[in-house]
Design a binder for this molecule. Structure first.
Ligand code: CO8
Length: 254
């Protein structure tokens, strides 16, 4: 498969994946998800890889979410399938036996925040902003956010983020425990690599077992996908996403 949007490189035992679709703020469309899936498979099959870093191209966005243009016209069944597809890719990241670090270099919204949550540890630049803005689009987080966000920061803070859709700054995300460290943008790659080397030097047997103890419940992910699909039984996703694309406020009246 050609890797137009997802770059993978190996640097002395560290695998680095960069989501690279900057014109759309690295939004996750089907091609990006497929390429990410194949990059994860390559990392899994690389015995020399001791840690993985996932980051985004540029200085504006880590990943600004699932591609809104691709989701607007989904049927409920297609929506469940799309959610399950993204969840499977993110679970593949989570299930890697090596430690994974999200180096969040800007907006991490919707599916982007969920991608960061699928990593074991998040560090971010000072300009990063996190959010689950889906309710403003007539949908719910569908790539594991309703399951992993409360596990990461507790139900109360997760409810605040998911129900208001508000974005939080890197500083607030750090105070909530959503990110472990905040560093200047120019230091993010070197700090991520330093941390990856530190984690990669631990017992990889112990790390792999420790990680397994932290996996979320598969049934909760399946429930999220079903609820995500149910949103599409109403006209709200179409209205919410059309409004974003037309740069106008959404009106949820029906
Ligand atoms: N999808 C598609 N295109 C996007 C997305 C996105 N999520 N985010 C940004 N873009 C595009 C914009 O449309 C724009 O394209 P163009 O230049 O062609 O008009 C370009 O990227 C630059 O964006 P802006 O002009 O909007 O840049 P601003 O600096 O004005 O704003 C923001 C930056 C605040 C990040 C703004 O772009 C924004 O709000 N983006 C959408 C964020 C969002 O709502 N994300 C959540 C999406 S829903 C989701 O992720 C659900 C996940 C679960 C899916 C479950 C499976 C089905």
């Amino acid at each position: 498969m050609s890797q137009d949007f997802v770059k993978l490189k190996f640097d002395d035992g560290i695998a680095i994946i960069t989501i690279s679709r900057p014109a759309s703020l690295n939004a996750l469309n089907s091609s990006v998800l497929a390429e990410l899936d194949s990059a994860i498979a390559e990392v899994r099959e690389s015995p020399a890889a001791r840690a993985l870093i996932i980051t985004g191209e540029g200085s504006k966005a880590f990943v600004a979410g699932a591609d809104i243009g691709e989701m607007a016209d989904l049927t409920p069944d297609e929506a469940v399938a799309f959610s399950r597809r993204g969840q499977a890719v993110f679970s593949a990241i989570e299930h890697l036996p090596i430690p994974t670090i999200a180096a969040v270099n800007g907006y991490a919204l919707g599916g982007g925040c969920e991608l960061a949550l699928a990593c074991d540890i998040r560090i971010s630049s000072e300009n990063a902003r996190f959010g689950q803005p889906e309710v403003g689009l007539g949908i719910i987080p569908g790539f594991g956010g309703t399951v992993r966000l409360p596990l990461a920061i507790g139900r109360s803070r997760a409810a605040y983020m998911i129900l208001t859709g508000k974005l939080v700054s890197a500083k607030e995300a750090h105070e909530m425990g959503l990110v472990a460290e905040v560093v200047p943008l120019e230091s993010l790659p070197s700090r991520a690599e330093e941390l990856a080397r530190e984690l990669g030097a631990k017992s990889y047997v112990a790390v792999a077992y420790a990680k397994r103890m932290l996996f979320p419940d598969d049934e909760a992910l399946a429930r999220e996908a079903r609820r995500f699909g149910q949103c599409f039984e109403s006209g709200h996703p179409k209205e919410g996403m059309s409004a974003f694309l037309e740069r106008r406020p959404a009106k949820f009246s029906d």
